[in-house]
Structures are given as C-alpha cells and as structure tokens.
Design a protein around this ligand. Structure first.
Ligand SMILES: Cc1cc2nc3c(=O)[nH]c(=O)nc-3n(C[C@H](O)[C@H](O)[C@H](O)COP(=O)(O)OP(=O)(O)OC[C@H]3O[C@@H](n4cnc5c(N)ncnc54)[C@H](O)[C@@H]3O)c2cc1C
Length: 230
C-alpha cells in the first residue's frame, strides 16, 4: 500500500466500557462510577452496546462520542489531507504546514532523496472518476511526471538558496506532496468519516487511509468495529 502509514499515538483505554457506562448512566438511578468494580469487561460491554444501542438503530449515538483516539497519519498526498479536513464535528487536526519545513524537497533536488519519497503519483493503471472519465495512466507518462516533480524541486531549492522563505517557495512544488498530520476523533466521528470516505466512489487514496484506520478501529473496539463493518 504505497508508503502510506497510520499509527495510533494514543487511544482511550477500555473504550467499550466507557460507552457502556455512559449508556448505563442514562437509565440508572444511581451514580454509575460507584459501581465501577462491577462494570462488564470490554467484550461484554461491547455486546451490551450492540444489543441496547446499535442493533435497534434508534439513533441514540451520544455514548459513542466519549472515547477518543489520536492517529499519526503519514505519507499521504496533500489532496487526501484536504478531503479529510472537510470533516469538522468531533475531529481535530494538526498538519505539517510546509511553512517551517521543506528540507526534504531540497534533498530531492540534490539527489539525496528519491522523488517518490516526497511526492505521490498514482500507480500506472486504468482509472475512472465520478464523472465517468475513463483513461489509462502509462509508465511513460508517470516517468515524465516524476521528472516534472524533480524540476520543481530544483526550482524550490534555487529559490530557498536565493533567500526565499519556505512559506513562499512551497507554492512552486506540485500539489500532491506527501504530508504528515495528526488526526484525533471520537468513535462516532470516526464511523461518520469512514461512512463518507471508505466508499467505492471515494478517491483511491482516502479509501486506503480508511482501510488503515479500520485496522486500528478493529483493534481498539473489536465488537463495535465488527458490527460497523457488517
Ligand atoms: C464525495 C465528496 C465530495 C466532496 N467534494 C467537495 C468539494 O469539491 N469541495 C469542498 O469544499 N468540499 C467537498 N466535500 C466536503 C463536503 O462538502 C463536506 O464539507 C464534508 O463531507 C464534511 O461533511 P460532514 O457531513 O462529514 O460534516 P462534519 O463536519 O464531519 O459534521 C458531521 C455532521 O454534523 C452536521 N454539521 C456539521 N457542520 C454543520 C453545519 N455547519 N451546519 C449544519 N450541520 C452541520 C452535519 O449533519 C454533518 O453531516 C466533499 C465531500 C464528499 C464526501
């Protein structure tokens, strides 16, 4: 899967138990924290959430908004970050801005890094878009586009040497440079994001990102993630 990476920086412990406790508080007479020693374990909590909250599809999703997870997303093209950043509710971002960094672009110009380490180009293959445009992207075209990226890196390096700031010179590089960012969300906003961006007509790269997010979701909340996928 290209060089794309998603790592978990932090994830709330016992997330299904937290959701269960929130749901349980809704209909409990007492203060649920006082019963902490008798909470169901993670697996059982997950099953109870499915039974009482999700399977009935009653739209009572508030309890899912408590557990938080923080991802470090790496090596995705700038356009993927842009698509993702349109989601605002329950989601937060910190994105490498290229205002304070850009050495890796200069290193491409100097031959110390490969072009593909810093820029993303789609693989050779057959493509179609949502408007019905169908075409083949050939090896020869891709090679030419790699050369175009290299030329842009050289211009970037020249302008940095001329004394331009990174925030000024970044306007010279091709759009889909690889960009790292931190994304945090709650379990509900994660599922909303997957609803919109894992679909077959979503853009290829964001679908890949969703596959990687889904792997972490499965490890973090096995019962809920399995229900979600089904
Ligand atoms: C296939 C696709 C193509 C797109 N193309 C473009 C594009 O070309 N250009 C572009 O700019 N954007 C584009 N978007 C982004 C889109 O317009 C939304 O900004 C994005 O999907 C976030 O919406 P959301 O429902 O995930 O909102 P979130 O911010 O995740 O919010 C979740 C939910 O909260 C509610 N909500 C959030 N904010 C408001 C609000 N201000 N008012 C009322 N209710 C709100 C809505 O019910 C929303 O569904 C595209 C999205 C998709 C999925």
């Amino acid at each position: 899967m290209d060089k794309f990476r998603v790592e978990v920086l932090s994830a709330m412990a016992k997330p299904q138990q937290v959701i269960w406790a929130a749901m349980h508080q809704d209909y409990s007479e007492g203060f649920v924290a006082d019963d902490r020693d008798h909470f169901p374990d993670e697996r059982k909590a997950g099953e109870l959430i499915l039974k009482h909250l999700l399977r009935g599809n009653r739209g009572h999703f508030g309890p899912l908004e408590h557990p938080q997870i923080v991802f470090n997303v790496g090596y995705f093209p700038h356009s993927t970050m842009q698509q993702l950043r349109t989601h605002r509710v329950g989601v937060s971002f910190d994105v490498q801005s290229m205002r304070y960094s850009g050495m890796r672009v200069v290193e491409v110009a100097e031959g110390k890094r490969s072009v593909e380490d810093v820029f993303y180009l789609r693989p050779v293959g057959e493509y179609w878009d949502r408007k019905g445009k169908q075409y083949a992207y050939s090896e020869a075209q891709r090679q030419e586009d790699l050369e175009w990226c290299l030329l842009a890196c050289k211009r970037y390096g020249d302008r940095i040497n001329d004394g331009l700031s990174e925030e000024h010179a970044r306007g010279l590089i091709p759009f889909d440079f690889r960009q790292h960012f931190v994304l945090s969300c709650n379990a509900r906003s994660l599922m909303h994001l997957l609803d919109l961006r894992a679909k077959a007509d979503a853009q290829l790269e964001i679908q890949k990102l969703c596959e990687l997010l889904m792997e972490h979701f499965r490890a973090w909340m096995p019962e809920i993630a399995t229900w979600y996928e089904e």
